[in-house]
Every structure is written in C-alpha cells, then in structure tokens.
Design a protein. Structure first.
Length: 119
C-alpha cells in the first residue's frame, strides 16, 4: 500500500519573536513501515533573517531537524509536528511566505503548505 505525504496548513502569524509556524506532517493513510521524508523550505521569507531552523516534536520535546533534513513519519499515519520560529527583523515589508515541503526518498509524493508571515 502506498501513501501520500501530507503537510497541513500552519495558518498566518504576526512577525514577532516567540511566534511559530507549526505544520502537521503525516502520511495520508497507514502503510507497512515507517517512511523517511526530507523536509525543505522555500518562499519569499528568508531563512535565518525571517525564520529560524526547522524543529520537530519528538514526542517529548522540540528538537532541531538533523542536518540531513530527514524525519521519520510513523507507519500508522500519525502526525509529526514541524515548526519554524518567526524572527522579527524590525523591517517594514510586505507579507512573506514560508513553504514547507516533505518528499520521500523515491520522490513519489510532495505536498507543500504555504504560510504567511504578516508584517
């Protein structure tokens, strides 16, 4: 059985230190074994200036995503939360977006969620 990787909508947040864009990442249905996905970000917001590194909830605390950008999604289809911290760069600018993508090693699926950082 195959499944799609699903990235949920993180909504819109104000640009302010202490705010986060939090995405739910999961499989569309249960499969026979855990699935490793590679995470990526894009969009009009700038990594390091407008938002911090990717983190995921490991069941007990938030930890940085490894440098490989890979996380494991449970075979049962349960959700893994992924987030980025919003950085207030104190610059007046138009709304910006952060796009989170999650792809499998065989590139069978990629679904992205576009989120706004309001200025």
């Amino acid at each position: 059985m195959t499944a799609e990787v699903v990235v949920g909508d993180a909504g819109t947040v104000e640009e302010a230190d202490g705010n986060y864009l939090t995405y739910d990442v999961s499989l569309s249905n249960a499969v026979g074994s855990d699935v490793t996905v590679t995470l990526g970000t894009s969009g009009s917001a700038t990594a390091g200036d407008d938002y911090g590194p990717l983190e995921y909830f490991n069941g007990s605390s938030w930890v940085e995503v490894p440098t490989s950008n890979e996380i494991t999604l449970p075979a049962d289809g349960s959700t893994v939360q992924v987030r980025v911290a919003v950085i207030d760069d104190a610059i007046t600018e138009d709304d910006e977006t952060v796009v989170l993508s999650a792809t499998t090693s065989d590139s069978q699926s990629q679904i992205q969620a576009i989120q706004d950082l309001e200025q």
